[in-house]
Design a protein around this ligand. Sequence first.
Ligand SMILES: CC(C)(COP(=O)(O)OP(=O)(O)OC[C@H]1O[C@@H](n2cnc3c(N)ncnc32)[C@H](O)[C@@H]1OP(=O)(O)O)[C@@H](O)C(=O)NCCC(=O)NCCS
Length: 182
Amino acid sequence: MNYFDRITLKDGRECILRNGTENDAEAVLEIFALTHAQTDFLLTYPDEKTFTLEEERDFLKRATENDDEIEIIAIVDGKIVGSAGIYPIGRREKIKHRADLGISVDKQYWGLGIGGALMGACIECAKKAGFLQVELDVVGTNTRAMGLYKKFGFTEFGRNPMGFKSRYSGFMDLVQMRLELK
Ligand SMILES: CC(C)(COP(=O)(O)OP(=O)(O)OC[C@H]1O[C@@H](n2cnc3c(N)ncnc32)[C@H](O)[C@@H]1OP(=O)(O)O)[C@@H](O)C(=O)NCCC(=O)NCCS
């Protein structure tokens, strides 16, 4: 899918939100590595295998071409500082109404409104794609992300006490949240 918006952040700077394309692959891999090193709340450790540049290019190309998925990047001062994506949980008839959402912002840019803007953009795209429900898993102690999700109307529907096994803090609750789209 395609998306474009221009917003003003809480500190007065401009932020562009747009779908990432294959030309952004290198920068998207860089922000992925950075954000995943900054917090223990995301799935992948920076030293775990992620996409190669070629795989990232294919991934962003497909997300742009398909009308039911998107990776939205947030750009401040010409630099990618965060991203969020909407992806179908599956394409079979019984589950094709459900989308998965993922989000991360560079810690240096937290609290400026970028997370909220990315969430709003993802929800808008999910509606446009015809999804009826957006879902995500969040670590129970990730109060910042949970606050953001609740602000957008997400509600908890389950908890997995052994959801994550962190190298640093052991088992972490994974809270399952959902948002119905009208
Ligand atoms: C969660 C995250 C995306 C939020 O991004 P952000 O750019 O800081 O978010 P915003 O500045 O737009 O804040 C949005 C809302 O989050 C909520 N929020 C922010 N900080 C909070 C806190 N400390 N406690 C509770 N809620 C909080 C508020 O509702 C806030 O809205 P408000 O400013 O109108 O009150 C960001 O902190 C992040 O990338 N964290 C690490 C990765 C991660 O945890 N991703 C989610 C995995 S499930």
